[in-house]
Design a binder for this molecule. Structure first.
Ligand SMILES: [Zn+2]
Length: 112
């Protein structure tokens, strides 16, 4: 069983790897979208194994229903809606799933 400090280190490395995988997914999408989806799968596995959350800015880069890598203008649609709670709606064009990101909540937390 790793001690607390080791765990923190493992998690830091995990997040680093997740970021790298998403970078690669972005880079490879034009060449081979299948590979991008594979990178998302690997990133999710690292996140689960090391019990870390995928960073907020990366969570919108893949579909939470079919887990495909999403690129606006290619396989997802991004719309902002001001009615009710202002939010961004990301529609996955692979499976039709809609993810809604609340804008008000984001601003309050002072994060992206
Ligand atoms: Zn999807």
């Amino acid at each position: 069983m790793p001690c607390r400090r080791q765990k923190a280190e493992i998690r830091a490395i995990a997040i680093e790897r997740i970021r790298r995988l998403f970078e690669m997914a972005d880079y490879m999408f034009r060449v081979d979208p299948g590979l991008s989806n594979r990178y998302v799968e690997l990133a999710r596995r690292i996140a689960m194994r090391c019990r870390v959350r995928i960073p907020r800015d990366l969570r919108r880069r893949f579909c939470h229903n079919c887990y495909k890598f999403l690129v606006p203008g290619a396989n997802c649609r991004v719309r902002i809606a001001k009615r009710r709670e202002p939010h961004v709606a990301i529609t996955c064009l692979e499976c039709g799933n809609v993810m809604r990101l609340n804008l008000r909540g984001l601003r309050r937390e002072g994060q992206r």
